[in-house]
Each structure stands twice: as C-alpha cells, then as structure tokens.
Design a protein around this ligand. Structure first.
Ligand SMILES: NC(=O)c1ccc[n+]([C@@H]2O[C@H](COP(=O)([O-])OP(=O)(O)OC[C@H]3O[C@@H](n4cnc5c(N)ncnc54)[C@H](OP(=O)(O)O)[C@@H]3O)[C@@H](O)[C@H]2O)c1
Length: 262
C-alpha cells in the first residue's frame, strides 16, 4: 500500500523513546521530515543515531519539557523555521503514574494532567492555527486503553485518557472546517520503557523481567504489542489512505478491551 507520506512534515512529541521513537523512525523511512522533542538529550541523540544516514537531514531533535506552555510554542516555531509547514502532529508525550488513590496527592494529579492533557491540548491548538492556514493536516493523539477501562490503581492516567478520548472527538468537530482530520489511538500494553517501569520490571530485584512469562498472559493474543505495531497504525492514519477516518478513537491492544465502544 502506497502511503504517500513522502515530503510530509511531522511533529512527534516524546519521539525519543518507545511509541514516539518508532513512529518518528517509520515516518522518516516513508520519506517524511520529522521533528521530535523530549526532555532527555541522550535518548534524543540515540534516536537521531538510529535513523538511516540518508534520512538524518530530515530529522530535527529538540529538548523540550512539554509541561511548559512556552516549550510547546518553541517546538512548533522550530518545526516551521526548519521545515516551513506542519502536515502531521503526533501527540504522544505522556507519563501518568499508577498508584493507590489515597497515596496520590494533588501534585501527582496536576503534573500528570499538565503533561498529557494540557500538553496535547496546547500542542493541538498551536498546530491547528497553522493547519487552518494550510487548510490541511492530521492530528493523531496517542491516548491509551486505560481511558476505556477504569482501574483503581491507574486513576490519573485513566482519567486523562478518558478526557483525551472526548477531546479528540470534539477537536475533530472543530478541525473539520479546516480540512484537518483528528484521530485518537488507544494502545494497550506496548513493550516500552514506560510499560516495564509501570510493571516494576526495571526495578532491581523485581519479580518481572522484560522477557518474563507474565507478558504472555497480558492480552488475549498472548503477548504485549511492539512500538512498531503502533507506529504502523499511526502512519496509516496519517496517510491519505485513511482520508475518511476522522473523529474516532481506535484501540490497538491485542483484544484486551471488551467494551463495544473501543
Ligand atoms: N507503552 C504502553 O503500554 C502504553 C499504553 C497505553 C498508552 N500509552 C501512551 O503512549 C504514549 C507513549 O508511551 P511510551 O510507552 O512510548 O512511553 P516512553 O517509552 O516512556 O516514552 C515517552 C516519551 O515521552 C517523553 N516525555 C516524557 N515526559 C516528557 C515531558 N515532560 N516533556 C517532553 N517529553 C516527555 C520521553 O522522553 P523524556 O523522558 O526524555 O522526556 C519519551 O520520549 C504515552 O502517552 C503513553 O501514556 C503507552
């Protein structure tokens, strides 16, 4: 299938690791130019090094903490300065924490919402202004099935994700008049540093290891997903092949979510 992403310009937030990194590298392979941002310089540099030599001139990496509104403006300005336009936004940087409700103070709730909810909202607003002028573009929000499956030990992340499922549909309504598509992607368990951390698999002495049998019982398909599998979905959704997919949230979770709505 020809995705025709050659020449497109994309921003991938949290593009230095996991799903964001896989998406950025896949977009580059398809001929797109990509700006990635994250806080840590080391992982950003590693992602640049992982790109094919011939594609590196189409990859810009900048350090930015997306909990800061000013950083979001800087990321968008940098993309416009370097590449001249924005065709695709992949809102992906998020790190809501699990925990016991009685132990999670306001600080945790506010920090997690500031990054994932307000980070996505602010980035979408900033980018939509440019897409409005272009009268074209695609915004893809990487959300998470936690928003469809309330759980006692993942309340902040679940609530943020539920809100982002709602936001995605409402934003789709607002953006349609500018010929901009908006789609949400709800990953289930995907084997990234974040999943390993959340399950305690990176802690010294943890009972769970990255290659543990536990992962086989985690989805009906008997395995966790790989970041590249989410990237494939994102690339399809970003492409003209998905030109009638708009205002919907698509799960990619190995069959974990049982509800009829996701
Ligand atoms: N993996 C899963 O099982 C899963 C399931 C459902 C939903 N998701 C969602 O998918 C998205 C990606 O998850 P992932 O598993 O790929 O995570 P990951 O491997 O931890 O990568 C997260 C990325 O976001 C960046 N980031 C974190 N905080 C940031 C901040 N304040 N400002 C800018 N960048 C920041 C990280 O780099 P720095 O730390 O250097 O900033 C990194 O590049 C998240 O929104 C997550 O909630 C993941």
């Amino acid at each position: 299938m020809e995705l025709k992403l050659d020449g497109k310009i994309a921003i991938v937030t949290g593009g230095s690791k996991g799903i964001g990194r896989a998406t950025a590298l896949a977009l580059l392979k398809e001929g797109a130019s990509v700006l990635i941002c994250a806080r840590g310089h080391t992982a950003l540099a590693e992602t640049v090094a992982a790109a094919d030599l011939s594609a590196r001139q189409r990859l810009e990496a900048i350090a930015a903490d997306l909990t800061q509104a000013a950083a979001i403006t800087q990321v968008v300005s940098k993309c416009l300065e370097r590449f001249g336009r924005i065709d695709i936004l992949v809102n992906n940087a998020g790190s809501a924490r699990p925990g016991d409700f009685l132990e999670l103070g306001d600080d945790i709730w506010i920090e997690d919402w500031t990054l994932k909810f307000f980070g996505y909202v602010r980035m979408a607003r900033e980018v939509l202004r440019h897409m409005q002028r272009q009268q074209s573009g695609v915004i893809i929000n990487i959300i998470g099935v936690g928003g469809l499956n309330p759980a006692a030990n993942y309340m902040t992340g679940g609530a943020v994700n539920a809100a982002l499922n709602h936001f995605t549909k409402a934003l789709a309504d607002a953006a349609a008049r500018y010929a901009v598509r908006v789609v949400g992607v709800n990953p289930g368990p995907i084997l990234t540093e974040r999943l390993l951390k959340m399950r305690g698999a990176l802690q010294p002495g943890s009972a769970i290891r990255a290659d543990d049998e536990t992962w086989r019982r985690i989805t009906p398909l008997g395995r966790v997903g790989q970041p590249e599998e989410v990237a494939d979905l994102v690339l399809f959704l970003a492409s003209e092949r998905a030109s009638f997919i708009h205002g919907t949230n698509i799960s990619i979770d190995g069959g974990t979510t049982r509800g009829l709505m996701g």
